[in-house]
Design a protein around this ligand. Structure first.
Ligand code: HEC
Ligand code: HEC
Length: 333
């Protein structure tokens, strides 16, 4: 980073910090609930016992995998090989010891999971730049304990940009299909935090209280890396309409309407990424990351004017609306 840029970043961070004056606006406080994180097991706990015999299945796939096979980050499980082109080596095998295969987390068809995000349909140069940003630390998470950690290790684990580019080219051609449903509720089924995600706790309901909570319909299928598991996102009543208004008018005027840069249906233009139909909890975290300047790679600044006037309720509304849109012509809402 050049000196001037570093200064600009420092200033930006100061302005965004909860202590800084924000033009009279209330300071932005990062809500912990938006970044679910399980604490690591206490030191000295015995290693988890893994069943290496039972062969698991997911609906509509003839394949069977054991737990160790599902957890193999250097030759990943692929439940539906006929649904995508052959994977290039970085996507299927990665590079030992730290460069785990992209498809391990983002899945072979690039639909990704709420905790890591979709890669299907991302512009090649945008994706390559993001991986570089993880590598050089200009893309972090507003909650340092959550989410970006694995991607930093992985980005450093791929020494060659050629591998990253091959992966990005592969994913760029794949269609994104929406696998989430957005529901406006006052009460949400109780949840527990499992890894970097919410899962149903199975014990009644509790007030949603302004949160956005995304839950897989089956945590088991999520864990088995079934790309077809669906996710339900619970948001406060009125969020989708409020998000639509904000998106259309722009939080700070027409120049900040989402369509001005992300295209008329928010399916991306040039190197500006598509956002329609992506995981709402992931979209929300990215808005918070821009707001707190923890995303500050070379092209992140376009988003600052968009997010700076948003409250957390606005962000929840935008994530709900954008996530509820259809990502492509071929899939239904
Ligand atoms: C161990 C899991 C893991 C592996 C393996 C992995 N990623 Fe990621 N990736 C993540 C996580 C977690 C995030 C989300 C970070 C965040 O939300 O800020 C992410 C985010 C990304 C993003 C940003 C997406 C966006 O729209 O902003 C890109 C691009 C990306 N990864 C590319 C790759 C590529 C290419 C590979 C293989 C070379 C790869 N990842 C391998 C976990 C992983
Ligand atoms: C002035 C142009 C501009 C406008 C207006 C704009 N965006 Fe963006 N947006 C971008 C660019 C450029 C990026 C990529 C940033 C980067 O490279 O880090 C981006 C990235 C994002 C991301 C992160 C996507 C990812 O892959 O992680 C989200 C979420 C997002 N925008 C949401 C919105 C929403 C919601 C609106 C409307 C309220 C909006 N944007 C308006 C230019 C814009």
């Amino acid at each position: 980073m050049r000196r001037g840029e570093r200064l600009a970043v420092l200033l930006a961070v100061t302005v965004a910090s909860p202590l800084g004056a924000q033009g009279g606006a209330p300071p932005f406080v990062v809500p912990a609930w938006a970044f679910p994180t399980s604490p690591p097991p206490p030191k000295g706990s015995p290693p988890a016992v893994v069943d290496s015999i039972t062969r698991h299945r997911v609906p509509n796939s003839p394949r069977r995998y054991t737990r160790p096979q599902v957890a193999n980050a250097f030759d990943i499980p692929d439940w539906f090989p006929w649904q995508h082109p052959p994977m290039p080596a970085p996507v299927q095998y990665g590079v030992r010891p730290e460069g785990r295969a992209c498809g391990f987390c983002h899945l072979p068809d690039g639909q990704g999971r709420p905790e890591n995000g979709t890669l299907a349909g991302l512009p090649v140069e945008y994706a390559v730049r993001q991986v570089r940003a993880f590598r050089d630390g200009t893309r972090q998470s507003a909650n340092p304990a959550a989410a970006t950690g694995p991607m930093h290790t992985v980005a450093r684990g791929f020494p060659s940009d050629d591998d990253i580019r091959a992966a990005a080219r592969y994913y760029a051609r794949l269609p994104l299909t929406r696998r989430n449903v957005v529901r406006e509720v006052a009460q949400v089924p109780t949840t527990r935090i499992a890894g970097l995600l919410y899962a149903y706790a199975g014990t009644g309901t509790e007030p949603l209280a302004g949160r956005l909570i995304e839950v897989p319909e089956s945590f088991e299928r999520h864990e088995l890396r079934d790309p077809w598991v669906r996710y339900t996102t619970y948001v406060p009543v009125g969020s989708v309409a409020r998000g639509r208004r904000l998106a259309t008018r722009g939080p700070a005027g027409a120049a900040t309407s989402c369509a001005a840069c992300h295209g008329p249906q928010l399916r991306g233009v040039g190197e500006v990424p598509p956002i329609a139909g992506r995981s709402p909890s992931n979209l929300l975290r990215q808005l918070i990351n821009f707001r707190t300047r923890t995303r500050r790679d070379s092209t992140a600044a376009s988003m600052y004017a968009v997010v700076d006037s948003l409250t957390i309720d606005d962000m929840v509304a935008l994530a709900a609306y954008v996530g509820s849109l259809s990502p492509s012509r071929s899939t239904r809402k």
